[in-house]
Design a protein around this ligand. Structure first.
Ligand code: ADP
Length: 185
């Protein structure tokens, strides 16, 4: 199964991604995790990326596209993958379409985990990650609205979008996701 998981910061994507991987076993490509690992390892890309991450801004498209391209070429992705945190802009989505087209491996589904903005700020402010400072949170939420939410239209037009209500108990949200994915798997 090849899927993209879209949702604003604080939507609970990480938790649901864990369940999803346990059940369907796609390779998990979390760009946030990859960038944090690169930063912690002190690589050139990681340090450059951190200048953006710490402010809640997106790293430049080309940086992240190159990382994903390299990662998608690895053998574990041949069995399927979950893209988590990518694409986040229309330019990234277009780059992904080209990559997948060349490889002959189109997406099966794009899941949107939908949570109202008021709820997100409350959740994020209580989480306490390094980039969960109020100013960076605001920047990330506005970035989602302006840069990422246009992808919902983009994937609707491709007939790939499935929206999941992200409010409620973790188990209930998971069963909504399972219902959608069991039809595809
Ligand atoms: P969030 O909780 O905001 O969803 P992530 O863990 O997915 O956080 O990403 C953390 C940070 O890493 C983002 O705020 C951004 O700076 C950077 N980042 C992650 N994925 C991308 C991407 N696809 N394009 C640009 N920047 C990204």
């Amino acid at each position: 199964m090849r899927l993209v998981f879209i949702g604003p910061p604080g939507a609970g994507k990480g938790t649901q991604a864990e369940y999803l991987i346990k059940k369907y076993h796609p390779a998990h490509l979390s760009t946030g995790d990859m960038l944090r690992a690169a930063r912690d390892a002190g690589t050139e890309v990681g340090l450059k990326a951190n200048e953006y991450m710490s402010k809640g801004e997106l790293v430049p498209d080309q940086v992240i596209v190159d990382i994903i391209k390299e990662r998608l070429a690895q053998p574990d992705c041949a069995e399927g993958f979950l893209l988590d945190g990518f694409p986040r802009t229309i330019a990234q989505a277009e780059a992904l379409d080209i990559m997948l087209k060349e490889a002959g491996t189109p997406l099966d589904v794009v899941l949107e985990l939908r949570v109202p903005e008021e709820e997100l700020f409350t959740r994020l402010a209580s989480r306490g990650r390094a980039d969960d400072q109020p100013e960076a949170i605001r920047t990330r939420l506005v970035g989602y609205r302006n840069q990422t939410s246009p992808l919902l239209d983009y994937y609707t037009k491709q007939g790939l979008l499935q929206t999941i209500d992200g409010l409620g108990a973790i188990e209930d949200i998971w069963s909504r996701i399972e219902t959608v994915l069991d039809k595809i798997a």
